[in-house]
Write a protein that binds this ligand. Sequence first.
Ligand code: FAD
Length: 457
Amino acid sequence: MEVLKNLLGESRFVSDKEKLVPYGSDYTEDLFFRPDAVAFPKTTIEVQAIVNYCYQHNIPITPRGAGTGLSGGSLPVKGGISICFEKMNKILSFDNDNFQITVEPGVINQEIRDFVESKGLFYPPDPASKGSSFIGGNIAHNSGGPRAVKYGVTRDWVLNLEVVLPNGEIIWTGSNTLKNSTGYNLTQLMIGSEGTLGIITKAVLKLISKPIQNLLLWCPFEKMEKACEAVPAIMSSGLVPSALEIMEKKGVDLSIAHTDASLSTEENHKAYLLIELDGSSQEKLMSQAEELFETLEPFEPGEVQLADSANQKENFWKIRRSIGEVVKRESIYKEEDTVVPRAKLPQLYNGVKEIGEKYGFDSICYGHAGDGNLHVNILKGNMINEHWQGKHLEKGIREIFQLCKSLGGTISGEHGIGYVQKKFMNEVFPEHHLQLFKSIKRVFDPKMLLNPNKIID
Ligand SMILES: Cc1cc2nc3c(=O)[nH]c(=O)nc-3n(C[C@H](O)[C@H](O)[C@H](O)COP(=O)(O)OP(=O)(O)OC[C@H]3O[C@@H](n4cnc5c(N)ncnc54)[C@H](O)[C@@H]3O)c2cc1C
């Protein structure tokens, strides 16, 4: 490893045990795996040199973004070297004529948004972690977020990627064009591959004109089922919300308790929808809001609040975005990223609660209702360690995933499989399908050194 220390310098190649601690965990539960060293490259050529060295010496490599992942993807479970992209954080070029931007993997999602918005353009994918997560992590996880319901997920906005392969070769996966029918689509294969097939060192992203107006509505309901049932009704009314989020009261209460966001909630309201409409004319949006009220009526919402200022919008969004983090302060939890066709949300929600009763766990549910993507935060609460860590809870989670599958859904909508969900992959894929995944992995990474033990064993 001296070679790498000499290449990067002491400040960018860290092997001091104490200094490695922050790189041993991410946002996933309370898991910790210390890497043997962390490298902080500044260029693709430095990444290539690290990868070449690891390839020659059979050292595992784990790519790491901001460490906000919820499936343990950036945990160095086999030790070795973590490559952290916080110093590859430059916006490299902006193409105003073609609505494109080229960035390094360590640029924070929000920085991209702010930059392009200052030019009148828009990069839609906005995971709730947009203030801290890196674009490289977003691409590796194919992250979604509230705006996915109208604009799609990260994979819909990536045109081309520069990738360092596990043997040190460098490729561009596609072209900077809106259309491309040339060979296998390696861009799309890399997106969502969770750093197991290659290391993203540059990304060309697609942009659109920024929607200039939006309306945000906060809608309370007496029952979560009613809120869930309203979702397909909204979508089939002809309206196209730019966000359609759902929250259980318990999550909202925690957000209010642990942040400076404010809202007076009523005891009889057990669930909320946060609905955003965007476009170019405020007048048209107001008439869409009228239609929305009519669509919601059969589901008996409480008093709908229309955010009347930028501060109020930020306040509502803060309540929603903070839930993931504040739940962690309440209890150790496991987060399941369930997704079903959106009209099946009521069955999914009810089923999760029934399974919780059967296995003795409480849960807080919230998420991207318009996409049928319900985050189920299972709280440890008073569950004994033996049940929490052992087969008891695993059985309950497996039942949740079986339910997802029976409803036409799957086990992760946006957080990925990483380290913690791979044992459940056999619930959604038969053995021959898993073998195909393994064969793809072997083609890219015959020595199994890149982010080992993730997605599949
Ligand atoms: C409060 C909170 C809210 C969240 N909200 C959302 C949400 O709304 N939607 C959503 O989809 N997710 C959400 N997440 C999950 C998480 O933020 C996303 O998965 C995010 O994209 C991870 O980015 P990161 O930079 O933190 O990556 P990390 O967690 O560091 O890594 C994630 C994966 O990417 C790989 N990786 C990182 N960089 C590279 C690279 N350059 N090349 C190859 N592989 C790489 C890692 O190996 C790992 O497998 C949330 C998380 C938190 C804590």
